[in-house]
Design a protein around this ligand. Structure first.
Ligand code: HEM
Length: 231
């Protein structure tokens, strides 16, 4: 049986999956409303779509916010420590990665919990969601806010191809789709993780060794230091 490692905690999964469901619902209802606005159509259907869009919008903002604020200490710390750094090595990876798909022997910098491509998606998702949420609330209060409506629509349209790329990587690309279990039960295959996120796996192994050593010391078992077998 293959070994698995925990990639996402329940808070992280609820966070992602609530955004995933509400975002897709918002996109579908938003596009349908735009269609009705342009073509002119059934008022009742438009009102129904508006209600769904507004309810989904409230959940889109409230659920992740509550999860973020109530999460156990440390849950978001590791993610933050990875995504807050973006340097030359990340740029090198972004340049070399597309070349490596059709040319063998390209050496790519090793990946941490999130690779640079994922980091770019995280920035787009966070920034875009912030603009969508703030302009959405503004339009709700002030129906004639044309500039806010333009920004809201443009941001949704800008994010759509990025989201399709993200879905392609998660569901279709044979190299990465094994990671889809991360948002279902939080676990991924350890060998897959070692291949795709070696820096993350190495850090976890080091932390585990340190914890085991601490536990051994507390038990007064200093003659039996933890080994690879204990991980
Ligand atoms: C619609 C269907 C979606 C699917 C099937 C999906 C799938 C996934 C999967 C499998 C992961 C974990 C990948 C890993 O192990 O690192 C992930 C991560 C992530 N997802 Fe989604 N997701 C979807 C929608 C969304 C939406 C709507 C957003 C935000 C607007 C989003 C934002 C993220 C972010 C920021 C991450 C962490 C970075 C990354 O791994 O790419 N996802 N998603």
């Amino acid at each position: 049986m293959s070994r698995t490692v925990i990639r996402f905690t329940p808070s992280e999964r609820w966070f992602h999956n609530s955004v995933m469901f509400t975002f897709v619902l918002l996109l579908v209802t938003g596009l349908a409303m735009a269609y009705f606005n342009l073509k002119g159509g059934d008022r009742e259907a438009h009102n129904f779509l508006t209600d769904i869009h507004e309810i989904a919008g409230v959940l889109f903002i409230a659920v992740p916010l509550i999860l973020f604020l109530t999460a156990r200490k440390g849950v978001w710390g590791e993610n933050w420590s990875v995504i807050r750094h973006f340097n030359r090595t990340d740029i090198k990876w972004l340049v070399k990665k597309p070349i490596s798909s059709f040319k063998r022997g390209i050496d790519l910098p090793e990946e941490d919990k999130f690779n640079p491509g994922q980091k770019v998606w995280i920035y787009v998702a966070l920034g875009g969601s912030f603009v969508l949420a703030s302009t959405g609330v503004y339009i709700w209060i002030n129906h004639s806010a044309i500039l806010a409506l333009f920004m809201h629509t443009a941001t949704a349209l800008f994010m759509t191809p990025a989201l399709l790329g993200h879905m392609f990587m998660a569901l279709v690309n044979p190299e990465t789709r094994a990671g889809v279990t991360a948002i279902i039960d939080g676990e991924v295959d350890a060998e897959w993780a070692m291949e795709h996120h070696p820096l993350w796996m190495e850090r976890h192994a080091r932390e585990r060794v340190a914890t085991l050593a601490r536990q051994n010391r507390a038990l007064g078992d200093e003659d039996d230091p933890p080994t690879q077998r204990d991980l």
